[in-house]
Unconditional design. Structure first.
Length: 293
């Protein structure tokens, strides 16, 4: 790749990455935070005015106008962002504890390499790793690197430092820069969004049970339904976490093989060039073919 093309690709990748970051922050932090802070506000009003919640909400809305309303809106958004971020981080901590309790399900560098060889063959993997020597080194090394400086490079999102993570990050970064249509951004976004729903789900269920006179059977059914939804969401997150490293490496290998296949295809004919003129031999062959018919 020439330097100018590399610079252009890098700028485009940076723009896509920033747009992706904003989308993830909006859907997994701000929106769940708005739900959580609204539910928290309703619960606080109910605690202060247990018998007149409707009138207390109406009196609060009447007093908010002009600059005060702008200040309250900004404070509300800031509180929503902080609460949404904290709720997502707590969910990631819970996810890390769940993965620590099941270490056999964690992806290792050796297991990833063996799976790639089993699915795509040794030759295809060798061709890809020849083009990516750093990835070859990471997949050949131990599955987890333990050094005194590991805490300094601990990744976020409950991920664990080690060669498997570094190989995953290399493949993801390369795809985002050079083949964004194959980048595993969907998995990352889905994990963040799913985990961010746990706090709003808990607070929303609590708010409905506290404010709506459902009765004991309906309230119990609502709590059980929310618990089932949370368990199903968490199970989906665990599944996505187990396959995200594999999908990044798989997409990198497939991208390499598709590039090789595209290079072996014949060049398409240029429609601007004139068609080759038919010579006398061609006309004679056509006459013979017509006579034979």
């Amino acid at each position: 790749m020439d330097p100018l093309t590399a610079v252009t690709a890098g700028r485009a990748a940076a723009g896509r990455r920033f747009a992706f970051y904003l989308a993830v922050q909006l859907t997994s932090v701000l929106v769940p935070g708005l739900v959580a802070v609204t539910c928290s506000g309703l619960l606080l009003l109910r605690a202060r005015h247990p018998d007149h919640l409707g009138r207390s909400v109406e009196s609060v809305t009447r007093t908010l106008h002009g600059p005060v309303m702008i200040l309250v809106d900004v404070t509300w958004l800031a509180a929503a962002y902080v609460l949404g971020y904290v709720g997502r981080e707590l969910a990631f901590r819970l996810l890390a504890a769940a993965e620590l309790a099941a270490p056999r399900r964690r992806a290792t560098a050796g297991a990833l390499r063996a799976e790639l060889e089993a699915v795509y063959g040794v030759a295809a993997l060798r061709r890809c790793l020849d083009a990516h020597p750093l990835l070859d080194h990471l997949l050949n090394a131990a599955g987890r690197t333990a050094t005194p400086a590991e805490s300094m490079r601990q990744p976020g999102g409950a991920l664990r430092a080690g060669n498997a993570y570094e190989a995953f990050n290399y493949a993801k970064s390369w795809l985002r820069t050079h083949s964004p249509q194959l980048a595993p951004d969907a998995n990352e976004a889905e994990i963040n969004v799913l985990l961010s729903t746990l706090l709003p789900l808990a607070l929303g269920t609590w708010t409905v049970v506290a404010l709506v006179p459902l009765g004991l059977p309906l309230a119990a059914a609502l709590v059980l339904s929310a618990a089932a939804a949370a368990a199903l969401t968490f199970a989906q997150v665990l599944r996505l976490r187990r396959i995200e490293s594999w999908e990044a490496l798989r997409n990198l290998l497939e991208d390499h093989e598709m590039r090789l296949a595209a290079g072996r295809l014949p060049a398409p004919a240029d429609p601007a060039l004139p068609a080759p003129a038919a010579g006398p031999g061609t006309e004679a062959a056509a006459d013979q073919g017509g006579g034979a018919a």
